[in-house]
Design a protein around this ligand. Structure first.
Ligand SMILES: [Zn+2]
Length: 553
């Protein structure tokens, strides 16, 4: 059945234009697969005309099968004064070989005159020619009307003419864009209603969050007749970001009660949000609506008491509906069902009744306390579950390793030695590398190749490091602040002691989390390691990656 509202994700294109966001091709493929599994309807993979990385992404994505989502390439209308078939940027859109192509064009007379500097007629021709050319090449064409609301406010007649030029040329969707992100929901509603009235084809909405109303504006447009929403996971995007899909999706499903992504995906929303943050190497925002760790945290005594009696007293929904949990009532339930869903995705036969479930949950919690994150490290999680279910013994062990670095006048050289054990046999190899982790990776792979030739195919595609604040420091800070009133005159003494411990801890005991992404050319997986020593953390993640590859083959 067709959903009432379609979700168009542009995390990989508009989202990656956000400050501090930088996705590798491997990152993009992993996110695309995750979005597809979640059930968004379109994934905008990039702008092939703007950078070679996006061309490479589409070349790789072509080889994948997406179950739910259609892949879209993004670009613009042809240049002024150039026949569409001679426009390189448009040619690259065809060469991306995606079923969907999204192009943006100018709605605003101000932009036509001052930025594009062409006649209003030429702009209409640019829109019509490009849409028709793409339709003639068999594409599903989404037309993004840039500066749509600002343009309409300036010159409504011309704005409508630009949309109609796209419609007449065969566009499948006209998407109204609040490109500068400064419109109010009331304006968006009125103009969307006008567009729906003037057009026969379906209307979508693309908003930005410059005044904190990205999601509100998208909902206003849906109310006025739009049936397609563009946005990004966690609201990534230029300036203050795009419309946040992690807010809009649950609003559509749980507040407007309209169908969009599959109902079974909604409890995976928090996981999707954390996954994308992990891949972007950014900290998950605790205050993020719906999916943040504080979204259902109750601190005030009266609130806690009331929530214990009646959860609805201070909660707008049951947090489990979006995969979140309340943080006062320590309930195993949400954690349990998350693990069960994840384990089933990884191919394990695990249910709420499996006796090992409690042990798995305890182990995950214990490791998370130590700083591990499993959202983007499904390889490590699979090994943990496999071990608890006693499926099989680990295929190998690292008995010993050694890493050294030396530097002479010309270059620095890292060398690693790794000794592995498979059943009763051991094998030791040495390798040099560009850095300690590269040397370790090479030595480990070389040692294992003797026993498992298939591991030669595996390559390391990305390596991310995060310094974690010491857990003990956090606990000390909490204790120091919580005891302020109770301790009275002893408070200062306690504070001094706590502060000196905190100062000591923060210098030395910081832990490092390493996230490694690996690929065998067909799929990617992540593994994680945590230690106070970065080399040790890296080795853990490398070993998990190899073990996971062997688990699957
Ligand atoms: Zn945008």
């Amino acid at each position: 059945m067709k959903p009432q509202v379609e979700i168009y994700d542009t995390t990989l294109r508009d989202g990656s234009q956000g400050e501090g966001i930088n996705f590798s091709v491997a990152d993009k493929l992993r996110i695309a697969e995750k979005l597809d599994a979640f059930g968004v309807h379109y994934i905008e993979g990039g702008w092939p005309g703007s950078n070679p990385k996006d061309i490479e992404f589409f070349a790789q994505a072509k080889k994948r099968k997406f179950k739910n989502a259609k892949l879209a390439a993004f670009g613009s209308t042809r240049k002024k004064g150039v026949p569409v078939e001679q426009d390189d940027q448009v040619r690259l859109l065809i060469e991306a070989e995606t079923p969907v192509v999204t192009i943006f064009g100018k709605t605003s007379m101000l932009h036509v005159k001052e930025v594009l500097r062409c006649t209003p007629e030429e702009n209409l021709a640019m829109i019509g020619d490009t849409v028709k050319f793409l339709k003639d090449h068999g594409k599903f064409v989404i037309y993004d009307a840039e500066h749509c609301f600002d343009g309409y406010k300036l010159d409504p007649e011309y704005a409508v003419a630009t949309w109609q030029a796209a419609e007449k040329a065969g566009a499948d969707f006209i998407v109204l864009c609040d490109t500068n992100g400064g419109c109010l929901p009331g304006e968006v509603a009125v103009i969307t209603k006008a567009a729906v009235g003037k057009l026969n084809c379906k209307v979508g909405i693309h908003t930005h969050d410059d005044i904190g109303l990205g999601a509100a504006n998208a909902l206003a447009a849906l109310d006025a007749g739009a049936v397609h929403v563009q946005g990004t996971i966690n609201g990534f995007g230029e300036r203050t970001g795009n419309c946040n899909l992690t807010s809009v999706i649950p609003c559509i499903a749980l507040k407007l009660k309209k169908t969009c992504v599959p109902a079974k995906s909604l409890p995976k929303l928090k996981e999707l949000s954390q996954f994308v943050d992990e891949i972007a190497n950014s900290r998950h925002n605790p205050r993020q609506p719906w999916v943040g760790s504080s979204a259902f945290a109750h601190k005030g005594g009266a609130h806690v008491n009331a929530v214990q009696k009646l959860t609805a007293s201070y909660e707008h929904i049951d947090p489990a509906l979006v995969g979140n949990q309340r943080t006062v009532l320590i309930s195993d339930l949400a954690g349990r069902s998350n693990i069960v869903i994840k384990a089933q995705e990884l191919g394990f036969k695990l249910t709420n009744e499996t006796p090992e479930l409690k042990a798995i949950l305890n182990r995950v919690k214990e490791l998370e306390n130590q700083g591990y994150e499993f959202e983007a490290a499904e390889g490590s999680l699979a090994l943990l579950i496999g071990k608890a279910l006693k499926h099989r013994e680990p295929p190998f062990r690292v008995d010993a390793y050694h890493v050294s670095m030396r530097r002479d006048a010309k270059e620095s050289i890292c060398e690693a030695t790794v000794k592995v054990r498979v059943k009763n046999e051991t094998h030791q190899t040495v390798a040099e590398g560009d850095g300690p982790v590269n040397a370790l990776d090479k030595a480990l792979r070389r040692a294992l190749a003797k026993f498992f030739p298939s591991l030669r195919r595996i390559c390391l595609t990305d390596y991310k490091v995060r310094i974690l604040p010491s857990r003990r420091t956090d606990l000390l800070k909490t204790a120091r602040d919580a005891n302020k009133n109770k301790l009275g005159k002893f408070y200062e003494g306690f504070t001094d002691a706590a502060n000196s411990l905190i100062a000591k801890e923060s210098g030395t005991a910081a832990k490092t989390r390493v996230l490694i992404e690996s690929s065998d050319g067909k799929r990617e997986w992540g593994t994680v390691g945590v230690s106070e020593n970065i080399i040790e953390a890296s080795l853990q993640a490398l070993v998990d990656s190899m073990k996971f590859a062997l688990l699957k083959t």
